[in-house]
Design a protein around this ligand. Structure first.
Ligand SMILES: *Cc1c(COP(=O)(O)O)cnc(C)c1O
Length: 432
């Protein structure tokens, strides 16, 4: 087992797996099995009683998936992780693990569209209310909270605005209140280290940069092991009171022999057991393949995106470039404090010609793909006003940071000259 003091680049290749004891196989095997032979009735009983952790059924855990979980926990400096079927499942479980009907969370407004819908509609229909606040204002999180507030939520690098919240100040304001900060770090793996800023939980869509090749949907929840749930029994009842669904287990007590993993233990043994969004072992393998080269890919995404942002500046027909390097003052300082590993692979720009120019630009692209995705090795583009945000009014679109001529780019790993040449010819077409 790899030493946790190794660097992230090394952990991405070594944590959680050395070689198969039976065959010597070095690559993680795909354990394509649903179930596991128990050694004896006593062994089975101790697995079910959680006095020993082990394989029972792949909905709840799988050895291939476990390598991914251990590797990501090591990379983030967390205590343990849980892989799930998608990023959506990760954000849903991250909240449902703390909040039940009648409870609420406070979230920054700048969210992935799927997360916004989950919070504003689906969780609301389940009785969990989300109070949306300006993510740049820690006091707004405090003011929106009451004694039924179970968690705060934000994204590290939310698009389309690409403005970074004061993560450390928000996390620090919540801790004395017993409120953990959950951070969606999908857009900035290895670039931002949310646990260093006081976050308690990190969620990922591994579909994006971690998988990195656009092949497999997946999600992850990483437990920082850094939050004292037991110190706040009234604030966090789901981890501190007897759980009738698990013979009266109190999760903070049940986790004691296993480490500071009460949160993730409950997410696995209750939410994955009952709601069942398990990652397939084959997808866990594909995501592990991506993870092995993440540390090489992220700097290249950052470098190429910076070059595109610089090239677009002052280009005819382009009225604004949206990229963390364009932030100023306090916003710039926050981005630098959080994005210590690089400014990311996302950027946006606004075309003077509005909706028609945006559509013409997209239709003229030949190399860049027109898809609703980010974090692929290939460069991707989308025009939100005619696609992802088309159900919103223009006023609502502007509130989310989308203007009629806004184009979002997720810059890939191609040669920079080829990326720019394609953008150049599409810009000309958009102006014709
Ligand atoms: C894509 C995405 C999600 C949802 O992940 P899926 O794997 O598509 O379910 C959540 N958050 C962010 C920031 C994303 O980009």
């Amino acid at each position: 087992m790899a030493d946790k003091t190794l660097h992230p680049e090394t952990l991405a290749l070594h944590a959680g797996w050395r070689a198969d004891p039976g065959t010597g196989a070095v690559a993680p095997p795909i354990f394509q099995t649903t179930s596991y032979q128990f050694e004896s009735t006593d062994h089975a009983a101790s697995l079910f009683a959680l006095s020993e952790l082990g394989n029972i059924y792949t909905r709840i855990g799988n050895p291939t998936t476990a390598i991914l979980e251990e590797r990501m926990a090591a990379i983030e400096g967390g205590a343990a992780a849980l892989a799930v079927a998608s990023g959506q499942a990760a954000s849903a479980y991250a909240v449902q693990n703390l909040a039940r009907a009648g409870d609420n969370i406070v979230s920054g407004t700048d969210l992935y569209g799927g997360t916004y819908n989950l919070f504003a509609n689906t969780l609301k229909d389940c009785g969990i209310e989300t109070r949306f606040v300006d993510p740049s204002d820690p006091q707004a999180f405090v003011d929106a909270s009451d004694d039924r507030t179970r968690a705060w939520y934000l994204e590290t690098l939310p698009n389309p605005k690409l403005v970074v919240a004061p993560m450390a100040d928000i996390a620090a304001a919540g801790r004395p209140m017993g409120i953990p900060l959950i951070v969606d770090n999908t857009a900035a793996p290895l670039l931002a280290r949310p646990f260093d800023h006081g976050a308690a939980i990190i969620v990922y869509s591994t579909t994006k940069y971690i998988g990195g090749h656009g092949t497999s949907i997946g999600g992850l929840i990483v437990d920082g092991g850094n939050f004292d749930w037991a110190a706040h029994p009234e604030r966090q009842p789901m981890l501190n009171t007897a759980d009738p669904s698990y013979h009266g287990a109190v999760w903070t007590e049940a986790a004691k022999p296993l480490g500071p993993i009460a949160y993730i233990l409950r997410a696995r043994t209750v939410l994955l057991r009952d709601l069942g969004a398990a990652l397939s072992p084959l997808n866990a393998f594909q995501i592990l393949q991506g993870l092995e080269t993440l540390a090489l890919r992220m700097p290249k995404h950052c470098e190429n995106a910076q070059k595109v942002a610089d090239w677009l500046q002052n280009r005819e027909g382009v009225t604004r470039v949206i990229h963390p390097s364009r932030l100023e003052g306090e916003q710039k300082a926050r981005a630098e404090a959080v994005l210590t590993g690089g400014l990311g692979g996302l950027l946006g720009f606004e075309l003077a010609g509005g909706v028609e120019a945006g559509k013409a630009f997209i239709d003229a692209l030949q190399l860049l793909y027109h898809v609703a995705n980010i974090g692929d090795a290939r460069s991707l583009a989308i025009h939100p006003a005619s696609t992802t945000h088309s159900q919103l009014s223009e006023e609502q679109q502007r509130a989310t940071g989308v203007s009629p001529g806004y184009i979002r780019l997720s810059i890939g790993l191609e040669h920079i000259d080829d990326i720019i040449a394609d953008i150049d010819q599409a810009l000309s077409a958009a102006q014709a």
